[in-house]
Design a binder for this molecule. Structure first.
Ligand code: CP
Ligand code: NVA
Length: 315
């Protein structure tokens, strides 16, 4: 089956099939090899790419910038303080203006509705670099990292520990459902994902009812994990919830005791970063032998490049 994603936006993994996700991962591996062998790319020659940021970013901003330049495109950073976006000008109008000048638009910000409006009105590919609801490009980097470390993506038990309602938990759940992977969320009941989010993954579960499992029982959830994944306890924009979250999530900290309790000496510890060490993960686990967090960070660039090339390249 031949796959073409030309002209398609990347707003959530829900819009992509298993085969399309695998295609993006394979292309990322190919582009990574190309970069490592110092071959200069021209797949995005002549393309102009707008990078809109409402929230701060290290990895996503740098990954989009380097990926663009590596393949000959011009990236233009547009902070929300610099442009009129839903402020003095509607999102629809900004989108139509940017669509006349740019070949593609990256958006990082609060509302999923904004990134969807940008895609609808700009008529060029729009990529979601994190909203309150989803962080789909991160999941591609995480999948690539597991493929490299385990030699496969299949037959891995993913366990996400922490805030089970945030953009990472939800995006990993969608990604794992798409790829047919067992996914467990270990979180206090107050932070369980909404039932409707689990339901929206059902179509991809191919009748495997138990492949998404949510529990507040740590030992039950983590036993036999191949991957322990965590994220910050307060996502960007939720800073006022810090005290409440610390109280709820302290027992769910990823520490040596939790790592030992997985009973898997081939475990991977993953985190999308940035991390608050001492909260969701202890320093020793973060720096320890199971941690692949900086491979994930590097793979943001290779996978984002793959998304850019797949949706925008001339050839
Ligand atoms: N993981 C991630 O999205 O990092 P940044 O917030 O630094 O972009
Ligand atoms: N859940 C985090 C992810 C950061 C990459 C946030 O939204 O802040």
């Amino acid at each position: 089956m031949s796959i073409s994603l030309t002209g398609k936006s990347f707003l959530t993994l829900k819009d992509f099939s298993k085969e399309e996700i695998q295609y993006l991962l394979d292309l990322a591996l190919e582009l990574k090899r190309k970069k490592k062998s110092k071959v200069k790319g021209d797949l995005l020659e002549g393309k102009n790419i707008a990078l809109i940021f409402e929230k701060p970013s290290t990895r996503t901003r740098c990954a989009f910038t380097v990926a663009s330049v590596d393949e000959g495109a011009h990236p233009e950073y547009l902070g929300v303080q610099d442009i009129q976006l839903g402020n003095k000008e509607s999102i629809e109008d900004t989108a139509r203006v940017l669509g006349r000048m740019f070949d593609g638009i990256l958006f990082r910000g609060f509302s999923q509705e904004t990134v969807e409006k940008l895609a609808k009105y700009s008529k060029v590919p729009v990529w979601n670099g994190l909203t309150d609801e989803y962080h789909p490009t991160q999941v591609l980097a995480d999948f690539l990292t597991v493929m490299e470390h385990k030699g496969r993506l299949s037959h891995c038990k993913w366990v996400y520990v922490g805030d089970g309602r945030n953009n990472m938990a939800r995006s990993l759940m969608i990604g794992c459902a798409k790829m047919g992977l067992d996914f467990v969320i270990v979180a206090p009941k107050e932070l369980w994902p909404l039932q409707e989010w689990i339901k929206e993954c059902q179509d991809d579960l191919e009748g495997k009812k138990h492949s998404i499992f949510v529990t507040d029982q740590i030992q039950e959830g983590i036993l036999g994990a191949d991957i322990i994944y965590t994220d910050v306890w307060c996502s960007m924009g939720e800073e006022s919830k810090a005290n409440e979250r610390i109280k709820l999530l302290q027992p769910y900290q990823v520490n040596q005791k939790m790592i030992q309790a997985t009973n898997n000496s081939n475990l991977l510890f993953m985190h999308c970063l940035p991390a608050v060490k001492g909260n969701e993960v202890t320093e020793d686990v973060f720096e320890g032998k199971y941690s692949v967090v900086f491979d994930q960070a590097e793979n943001r660039m290779h996978t984002i490049k793959s998304v850019l090339v797949a949706t925008l390249a001339n050839k």
